[in-house]
Design a protein around this ligand. Structure first.
Ligand SMILES: Cc1cc2nc3c(=O)[nH]c(=O)nc-3n(C[C@H](O)[C@H](O)[C@H](O)COP(=O)(O)O)c2cc1C
Length: 149
């Protein structure tokens, strides 16, 4: 398995979640800021987790642009999942589901339901328990990967 967690972040909270997920997935899983993604970044990657803060009810512009640029079928054979960070508002919008849709559109097999993680304010910090929730979500992804290997 070659797994990678691609994320965007404004204040570091989404990076923290990305790092928890990478640690839990293990096996040398690496994190990569979407700003540093190159054409070669997904070479040989067969597990891809993507995360973004919700900005204006949707993923960040950088994540949206990257997803739009993925050629159709380029993620065929890749197992994937998406998450976002968000403020606990009555109407907070969604980024994870939109990312998941984009990954599926590029050919990926989605192995877990999109997941949101809550921050206390715009700049964070993450709400109590959210890193633990991220570890549990990643553990679920790991079990799905083993079950469908
Ligand atoms: C420009 C901007 C727009 C935002 N829009 C939303 C939103 O629509 N819904 C929401 O729940 N949070 C929104 N937020 C709060 C972000 O979700 C929060 O800043 C983010 O989760 C923090 O993660 P980060 O440290 O990785 O950037 C917004 C934040 C910014 C800066």
């Amino acid at each position: 398995m070659r797994a990678r967690v691609v994320y965007d972040t404004n204040y570091g909270n989404t990076r923290t979640i990305a790092e928890v997920i990478a640690t839990e997935l293990g096996g040398g899983t690496t994190t990569l800021n979407v700003a540093d993604v190159t054409e070669a970044s997904l070479d040989g990657v067969d597990v891809l987790v993507v995360g973004s803060p919700i900005n204006g009810w949707r993923p960040t512009e950088k994540i949206q642009a990257w997803l739009r640029a993925l050629p159709a079928g380029s993620l065929t054979g890749v197992r994937a999942a998406a998450f976002d960070t968000r403020i606990k508002l009555f109407i907070h919008g969604d980024a994870a589901a939109k990312i998941s849709h984009g990954l599926h559109a590029a050919g990926a097999t989605i192995v877990a339901k999109p997941q949101g993680f809550v921050v206390v304010g715009t700049e964070g910090p993450l709400a109590p328990g959210e890193t633990g929730k991220a570890g549990a979500w990643a553990a679920f992804i790991g079990s799905e990967l083993r079950a469908t290997a």
